[in-house]
Unconditional design. Structure first.
Length: 272
């Protein structure tokens, strides 16, 4: 074990996932050093314990990025995609610390900011911190590689009613794995909800379809269907508790310790 705990700052500590990470950031080798809020948030100055209901932690929330990361080895960012892209650029400029991006819903510009920043600092981008989903991604890539284009690929996801982006970052990640397996680009072959309204006509051969459900408190369900004329293979994952993402984020933080600049993913963490 390293001689001192890994020091973690969390962006978005009052959110659903952020507060779960605060709860999971305990143990002899992990130390929670900061919580970074939206600029101007009314929660500035509050003890992080207020977000977990677990009593005082001795760490006050701030909206100042420099103050949040000055004593941190890694910033785990589970705020929003736009904020995470901005944080990545600023951390690259100041030369660290390492960044783990768990927020989802990136546009092309945000993606570029993350990629560019990764030439200066280590960045791990995880659309999904779950070990199960990381394995599912590898299985989907392999299945897609083995099965030909006559097997239609349809990806279905369901999340809680408050989720902002769609399809989920994980659904997109599964689509990218399927596209990689086939040697095609997802962006040229993705078919999402709006394109299927009305009279879209027959399915385009080779397309990767997405369907989105929203409701209740569903933490995150993903199914990838490979449908041929006479049979169908379905690979699926179900998250029961947000704590699983928080645990995965802490595993990723431990793995990030001492990494060189570059862009990493959960598949690197589990060695896939
Ligand atoms: N990688 C994974 O395994 C995984 C799993 C689940 C969710 N996610 C993703 O993680 C993100 C957060 O999800 P959630 O369910 O926790 O959402 P949430 O409950 O809405 O939490 C997001 C938090 O970020 C804060 N925030 C907004 N802008 C910020 C900024 N500039 N700096 C710092 N904090 C800021 C928000 O504060 P205000 O309310 O004050 O705006 C809010 O407290 C989403 O993108 C979600 O899709 C990833």
């Amino acid at each position: 074990m390293p001689d001192r705990p890994i020091r973690i700052a969390v962006a978005g500590p009052a959110g659903r996932l952020g507060s779960a990470i605060l709860r999971a950031a305990s143990g002899r080798d992990v130390e929670l050093v900061a919580g970074l809020l939206r600029p101007g948030s009314e929660a500035v100055g509050m003890d992080l314990g207020a977000f977990t209901g677990s009593g005082d932690s001795g760490v006050k929330a701030t909206d100042d990025l420099d103050a949040a990361v000055q004593n941190a080895d890694v910033l785990i960012d589970v705020s929003t995609a736009a904020a995470a892209a901005d944080h990545a650029a600023k951390l690259a400029e100041r030369g660290g610390p390492a960044l783990i991006v768990g927020a989802t819903g990136f546009d092309a510009e945000d993606e570029r900011a993350i990629r560019e920043s990764a030439s200066a600092i280590p960045i791990l981008k995880a659309q999904n911190f779950s070990l199960g989903v990381t394995l599912l991604t590898a299985f989907v890539e392999r299945a897609s590689e083995i099965l030909g284009e006559e097997w239609d690929i349809e990806i279905l996801e369901m999340h809680h009613r408050a989720k902002a982006d769609a399809p989920s970052g994980t659904a997109r990640m599964l689509g990218e794995a399927a596209a990689r397996g086939r040697g095609i680009e997802l962006d040229d072959n993705a078919e999402t909800g709006a394109a299927r309204d009305g009279m879209p006509g027959p399915r385009t051969r080779g397309d990767i379809g997405f369907a989105v459900l929203r409701g209740g408190g569903v933490v995150g369900d993903h199914e990838v269907h490979f449908a041929a004329q006479e049979e169908m293979l379905t690979l699926a994952h179900r998250a029961f508790d947000r704590a699983l993402f928080a645990k995965g984020a802490i595993v990723a933080a431990r793995w990030m310790r001492g990494r060189a600049p570059g862009l990493y993913g959960m598949r690197d963490v589990v060695g896939l």
